[in-house]
Design a protein. Structure first.
Ligand code: 7B1
Ligand code: ZN
Length: 260
């Protein structure tokens, strides 16, 4: 069975053949239209709180279609749209072959050069990611837009400086310095949009409460080039670029905003 990917023969338009939920009613990503969002004061009454811990020897790997960091420490979030405590499992990114594309969520139809996803599971109700992954309240994912600036992002620099060591599929390394993922969050995490959606790659489970921050984080062009130098396979294989699913219809879903 051909594995899914982002090419012409195995890309997002083909996923429904093996994953029928791709045609479901709460799929992600979506186009975020701020004027269509409902400002919900309940979101601010119960502010989103992040309690991330330093990760000693964080594992960074190249699974072939992105770059992913696996988290072992107890890093949790709660509040905002969430009931209970959600535990950080992993984070990864999606990016373009050029700065004009790359993000999965779009803002008024605009794509950003990349998007960072911090993936959490509902540790109050479920005992593992695997148990939570297919439950309607199982997961919460932070979506953070990346935009280009002339300065590199210091938090991402610890990762982009070593991406050459995970250039090929199934390579993994441990980051020597302890790493607190809190350094990846934008300064203002009180301004976000939230809606009920799905994983953006197969198995596309409709189990994600998405929290997409209004404030992007800023990265340098050199850092983008480092992501685009990652390979899908072994030496000589194609670069990992344009690993994003285009937006799906919001349908009957309510997009809520934590701010006016
Ligand atoms: N682009 S996305 O929607 O954030 C997204 C999409 C697909 C995903 O599959 C997984 N699986 C694990 O993390 C995992 C964690 C532990 C064990 C097995 C899998 N996370 C995902 C996030
Ligand atoms: Zn993702």
């Amino acid at each position: 069975m051909a594995t899914w990917g982002y090419g012409n023969d195995n890309g997002p338009a083909t996923w429904v053949k093996s994953f029928p939920v791709a045609a479901g009613t709460r799929q992600s990503p979506i186009d975020i239209v701020p004027t269509a969002a409902k400002c919900d004061t309940k979101l601010t009454e119960n502010p989103l709180t992040v309690n991330y811990s330093p990760e000693p020897a964080m594992e960074l790997c190249n699974p072939g279609l992105s770059v992913k960091a696996n988290i072992k420490s107890k890093s949790v979030i709660k509040g905002g749209p969430l009931e209970g405590e959600y535990k950080l499992e992993q984070f990864h990114l999606h990016w373009g072959s050029a700065d004009k594309q790359g993000s999965e969520h779009t803002l008024n139809g605009k794509m950003f050069p990349a998007e960072l996803h911090l993936v959490h599971y509902n540790a109050t109700k479920y005992s593992s990611f695997g148990e939570a992954v297919d439950k309607p309240d199982g997961l919460a994912v932070f979506g953070i837009f990346l935009k280009i600036s002339d300065k590199p992002h210091q938090g991402l620099k610890s990762l982009t400086d070593v991406l050459s060591e995970v250039q090929y599929k199934d390579k993994s390394i441990n980051i020597k310095q302890e790493y607190n993922p809190v350094c990846l969050l934008p300064d203002n995490i009180n301004k976000y949009w939230t809606y009920l959606g799905s994983l953006t790659t197969p198995p596309l489970c409709e189990s994600v409460t998405w929290i997409v921050f209004e404030e992007p984080i800023e990265v340098s062009e050199d850092q983008m080039k480092a992501f685009r130098a990652l390979c899908c396979g072994e030496c000589g294989s194609a670069p990992i670029v344009d690993n994003y699913r285009p937006p799906l219809p919001l349908g009957n879903r309510q997009l809520r905003a934590s701010f006016q």
